[in-house]
Design a protein around this ligand. Structure first.
Ligand code: GUN
Length: 362
């Protein structure tokens, strides 16, 4: 059977906003199909728009994918989005300073020698400087005592030149992470880890809270694809961490998505994932999410940053990969974030955004 004879769908009546959004994502595929098969037509009697026709369309998309007729997903360019936001933050900072106020001040504390943390902190410092911030780094020895860490945070809490404080995680095991993160005053907690900020976020009061940077960046990318109102869409999050999984669930819920959080004890994870219009992978397992876990047309946000060894021309090299198998997923998803160049740059720029907000409130 040819695609041309199987196919029906599309309407754009505003009262069917969920379907419209679904159809917009579907249209990308259809445009691709039409490009390769002139016979494909889209028709849409209003009465045919029910769960059956939606399902039928999804079936068609699976079919098209299996036949190699599907266009590739849009790659969400986190680096470009972050660069745009960074330019806006730089402009706002210049205005602040021109009005006689202090530059936003960001203090980053790094404890120990973790190589990945050193890279992240260097990038944060570099971006803060590029935004025109007062950027301060405190590098503490691996064996620093908890009292010394708390004393430094105390000083930063009361320093008027500092508007944002971040202790890079993970920290050495002899330090109590909860005590350290909760010792930062909520007004300077630009990571959004303080219970006061978490409470505001989970109660839907995001205006006065600092939202954790990675989830905030992910939401901007999701909004860019699907708009601000996610009514009628299923969001599935793989990973229940305090830094990503739980806060992004709160943000998606606030945007009216129907949210499922999965974790290591979830039964039949691929089946649950296949139900997602929005799939967020934040589990820390390289390339775990395969193409057949993804609903055709879904927006896939890959939070993972994993280093794996690969062989290139007989030579072993290290490569960064996400939690999603990009090569497979790109043939099924409607839009997907790459690794690197997706969530990572957005996380850093959201830290700058939070620090600027804090300086504006000071
Ligand atoms: N380590 C990995 N991600 C983060 C983050 O968002 N904030 C801090 N402080 N440490 C991290």
């Amino acid at each position: 059977m040819s695609l041309a004879t199987q196919y029906c769908w599309l309407m754009l009546a505003p009262e069917f906003s969920n379907l419209v959004r679904k159809s917009q994502r579907t249209t990308r595929y259809l445009a691709g199909l039409r490009g390769r098969n002139e016979g494909v037509t889209i028709c849409a009697p209003l009465h045919s728009l029910n769960s059956y026709t939606i399902r039928a369309t999804e079936e068609l998309l699976y079919y098209a994918q299996r036949q190699g007729l599907m266009t590739q997903a849009t790659t969400i360019d986190g680096k470009a989005m972050a660069a745009e936001l960074s330019a806006e933050i730089s402009a706002a900072t210049a205005k602040l300073v021109a009005n006689g106020k202090a530059k936003p001040g960001l203090a980053v504390v790094i404890i120990g020698e973790d190589p990945a943390s050193q890279v992240y902190v260097r990038n944060k410092k570099r971006t803060a400087e590029a935004c025109g911030f007062n950027s301060v780094q405190h590098t503490l020895a691996e064996n620093v005592s908890q009292e010394e860490v708390l004393s430094l945070i105390d000083d930063l809490n009361t320093d008027p030149a500092i508007h944002g404080i971040l202790v890079q995680l993970p920290i050495p095991a002899h330090l109590d992470e909860l005590t350290v993160t909760q010792s930062i005053v909520p007004e300077k907690d630009v990571d959004g880890f303080h219970f006061q900020n978490i409470g505001m976020l989970t109660s839907g009061n995001t205006d006065g809270a600092f939202v954790p940077c990675t989830p905030a960046g992910c939401m901007l990318m999701i909004e860019d694809q699907l708009g601000k109102d996610l009514s009628g869409l299923n969001a599935v999050i793989i990973g229940r961490s305090n830094i990503v999984g739980k806060p992004i669930a709160s943000l998606l819920l606030k945007a009216n998505a129907t949210v499922t959080i999965c974790h290591s004890r979830t039964g039949d994870l691929p089946q649950v994932a296949r139900n997602a219009d929005i799939l967020v992978a934040a589990v820390g397992r390289p390339q775990m999410v395969k193409g057949d876990w993804i609903k055709p047309g879904a927006v896939v946000i890959d939070v993972g940053i994993n280093r794996i060894e690969v062989e290139v021309d007989g030579e072993k090299k290290m490569r960064l990969v996400g939690d999603v198998d990009f090569a497979e997923a790109v043939n099924v998803a409607g839009a997907i974030t790459p690794v690197p160049g997706g969530v990572g740059p957005m996380t850093i720029v959201m830290l700058m955004s939070n620090t600027l907000q804090s300086a504006l409130r000071a």
